[in-house]
Design a binder for this molecule. Structure first.
Ligand code: XUL
Ligand code: CO
Length: 437
């Protein structure tokens, strides 16, 4: 059997914060108990097949920089089998429990729809065998409805029914593939479900089409007994100028308007949050507040660049704030933390893929430990408890129970006069966070 990562001889293990070994974890100690669960159970890390094994390092100004051995067999199906072997060698050496894929990551598009289906079936069978051998599981599958030229105007929102039907047929296959591999979730990211100009667009019709598309997916899942969680991944733009799934709030509104809320949760991506002008934790908290936080794509953007740079997460504040929200939501459930992240095109060696993931896993493990310490200390919860304590008063509780009125509020003000100003203590709280970091 070909070895694709000879520079990593052993499985990457936890060696503790003092280790100088670049191929060891300093913080991710998978069996360590944190708030009653192991780190592995909390974090449920996944590798993204597309970035880690399919990226070539090209950009609009330059050619591919990454020509790893598994991409060089010539025949696309030979490359696909080799890529799958390389992927499972990587998962095992990294000791990561999950992976995620698009249908077209796993198997190449054929000359016809039927050939694409048959290519996918062959690779699904191969991946299934490797899952059994290694114990690595599928966190989620998805369909790539954005790369092929036919999807230039979208799939579910396409003005041409023929393309819509093609996308629906492709998703049918991708859901079945995900089910066959025991996928715990299925993701919809609408990369081209949006528009470039209203001059040629019927906005309401496109959203109606998308909702009909999702309803058919829900029915199909029920029909075949797929019990994985459906997830929608918001992103405001890129590749289209305006994407309908702009952010969590827009997605929740869409799901409510079209009676889909019970069937979908959200897959929140850090860099998509920042592109929408939000913090990562804002998007997590917004999804969680509706009980719809499903899974997370972990990465980071660059504050100086306005696009989706998909860098590996290394910012301890960001992972701490994210883990505070995830823990407050009761954990990530059947979701996980998927590294939708890629190494820079100048980091073109296979070992760079390990450095990226090890750093990301360590940064989240550390964020988890810090967030757990903050929660155990109770300082934030205590502060919030006090800050909202006036809502325990009978007149206030009646408002929340929808048993009050404007007149009752007026009466309260007439009896109690001017409210006293109270500080939000933001600077104090920021200092408190630093004592834990
Ligand atoms: C693109 C992106 C996708 C989705 C899956 O920005 O995040 O890779 O996660 O289609
Ligand atoms: Co993503």
């Amino acid at each position: 059997m070909t070895i694709y990562f000879p520079e990593v001889k052993e499985t990457v293990i936890y060696e503790g914060p003092k280790s100088k070994n670049p191929l060891a974890f300093r913080w991710y100690d998978k069996d360590k108990m944190v708030l009653g669960k192991t780190m592995e159970e909390h974090l449920r890390f996944a590798v993204a097949y597309w970035h880690t094994f399919k990226s070539e390092g090209g950009d609009p100004f330059g050619n591919a920089t990454m020509s790893q051995a598994w991409k060089t067999y010539g025949d696309p199906m030979d490359n696909a089998f080799a890529t799958c072997d390389a992927a499972f060698e990587f998962f095992t050496k990294l000791s990561v429990p999950f992976y995620c894929f698009h249908d077209r990551d796993l198997a190449p598009e054929g000359d016809t729809f039927s050939q694409s289906c048959s290519n996918l079936e062959k690779l699904v069978a191969h991946a299934g065998k490797l899952q059994k051998q290694t114990g690595v599981k599928l966190l989620w599958g998805t369909a790539n409805l954005f790369s092929h030229p036919r999807y230039a105007h979208g799939a579910g929102t396409n003005p041409d029914f023929h393309v819509f039907a093609y996308g629906a047929a492709q998703v049918k296959q991708a859901i079945a593939a995900t089910q066959e591999l025991g996928g715990q979730n299925y993701v919809f990211w609408g990369g081209r479900e949006g528009y470039e100009t209203l001059l040629n667009t019927r906005l309401k019709q496109e959203q109606d089409q998308m909702a009909a598309f999702f309803h058919m997916c829900v029915e199909y899942a029920q029909e075949i007994g797929f019990t994985g969680q459906f997830l929608i991944e918001p992103k405001p733009k890129e590749p289209t100028k305006h994407q309908y799934d702009f952010d969590t709030a827009a997605v929740l509104n869409f799901l409510r308007a079209y009676d889909l809320l019970d069937h979908f949760k959200l897959n929140i991506e850090a860099n998509h949050a920042t592109l929408a002008g939000h913090s990562f934790e804002h998007e997590l908290a917004t999804a969680a507040s509706a009980g719809r936080l499903g899974s997370v794509d972990v990465n980071r953007g660059d504050s100086l660049l306005g696009w989706d740079t998909d860098q590996f997460p290394t910012d301890l504040y960001s992972t701490t704030f994210a883990m505070l929200e995830i823990l407050a939501a009761g954990g990530i459930g059947s979701g996980g933390l998927n590294f939708d992240a890629k190494v820079r095109r100048s980091s073109h060696e296979t070992v760079d893929l390990f450095h990226g993931h090890i750093g990301g896993m360590d940064t989240f493990a550390r964020g988890l430990a810090i967030a757990a310490a903050i929660i155990e200390d109770g300082v934030l919860a205590g502060f919030r408890e006090k800050r909202y304590s006036s809502w325990n008063e009978p007149a206030a509780a009646a408002v929340l129970a929808k048993g009050s009125s404007l007149a009752a509020c007026e009466e309260f003000v007439l009896a109690n006069g001017e409210p006293t100003m109270k500080s939000g203590r933001q600077e104090y709280l920021e200092n408190v966070i630093n004592t834990f970091i």
